[in-house]
Write a protein that binds this ligand. Structure first.
Ligand code: 5GP
Ligand code: ZN
Length: 113
């Protein structure tokens, strides 16, 4: 057992509605949404960073993006558009050291380029 926030949510030790789950990942609402739709798609096993040597199975990444695009459809933002973001380490502002994909949409997003 570890003290990781997202691992605790996955184990049910911190209550959070699981919106979707497959054999690799689960999805929850972000507790502090930055847009009308702000969901997190999270690997069920603890993976901290994207570095290849920590990703035991690329099916996890495949699953994260598949779930996110499906959730974009079910949340009604697949036509209007959305952003998928993975923050990595200090300069990105990553708060939770358990890999996760943000699905953000539902209003006009500020440009990043
Ligand atoms: P990061 O900055 O690490 O990419 O994103 C972490 C996200 O997790 C943040 O957007 C933050 O609002 C969200 N978050 C932090 N604590 C909790 C929590 O207890 N429950 C949920 N659902 N989201 C959380
Ligand atoms: Zn974890």
């Amino acid at each position: 057992m570890n003290d990781c926030l997202f691992c605790k949510i996955y184990r049910g030790e911190i209550p959070s509605e699981i919106l979707y789950k497959d054999e690799h990942c689960f999805a929850i609402k972000d507790i502090n949404p930055v847009s009308p739709v702000h969901l997190l798609v999270i690997p069920s096993v603890h993976v901290t960073y994207l570095q290849i040597f920590e990703i035991e199975d690329f099916r996890v990444l495949n699953s994260m993006y598949r779930i996110a695009t499906e959730l974009a459809v079910t949340n009604g933002i697949s036509k209007s558009g959305y952003r998928l973001v993975i923050n990595q380490k200090k300069d990105s502002g990553q708060q939770v050291p358990h890999l996760h994909l943000h699905l953000i949409g539902g209003h006009k997003l500020a440009g990043i380029g």
